[in-house]
Design a protein around this ligand. Sequence first.
Ligand code: MG
Length: 270
Amino acid sequence: MSSRMRTACLRVSSILASAAVALAALSLETHLMAQVRKEWKIHDLDRPQPPIVGPGTASTQDQPGRPPSDAIVLFDGKDLSRWRSGSDEPAKWKVEGGYMETVKGSGYIHTAQPFGDCQLHVEWRAPVPPVGEGQGRGNSGVYLMGKYEIQVLDSHQNKTYPDGQASAVYGQYPPLVNASRPPGEWQTYDIVFHRPRFDSAGKLLRPARVTVLHNGVLVQDNVELTGPTDHMRRPPYAAHPDKLPFSLQDHANPVRFRNIWIRELAEDDS
Ligand code: MG
């Protein structure tokens, strides 16, 4: 090939590469624009106002805060009327002093109501003085849809495998940081969960995603779950209903919970 032809070829391939970059950028821009609802102009005053929600108050160590006004309160310290054990029996955990406590051997408890996409607030407290070590110290868990565990563990000066410490997506994602408080202090989880999507044949369309703040600190940043969580294995997704109860784990440690509320999120899959 002559040097003139080589130069021409290089020029053409450079033009093609630039065009590909421009097309990719255009495609991304089109995709992003598609996410902005087209029926409203920018700054359109006719666009519906967001609903007004009373934001509630933060908890202190002594007192649980007030949930947002549109939250479904699942536990306010008084009773387990919104919780069930086994298939559909009254929840067998202990309630006293404004908290519920795991009763060893009584099994997981789950909400009577099923949920899908949600914002979930849970407060928990590991036993003091701490007993046991690793996975045996203050272990419980928040099982979203009964399948996807955000680990509850006393991770204050208690080493374990990182994808099994407090606020880990169990067996999948360690928290970004360890924001644990010492045992005996109340801790908060604020969880934003988007359930997996399946088509009518049960094929996975989109994995579940979760964001978690532990004591107000970001620890899971919109991570994509590989499937249900489990010990020593990562099972694949299996199609399940759009809404399922979430559960709290009995791992034989007397972990306490208080101030549990949830906000269902609109599932706009358009
Ligand atoms: Mg656990």
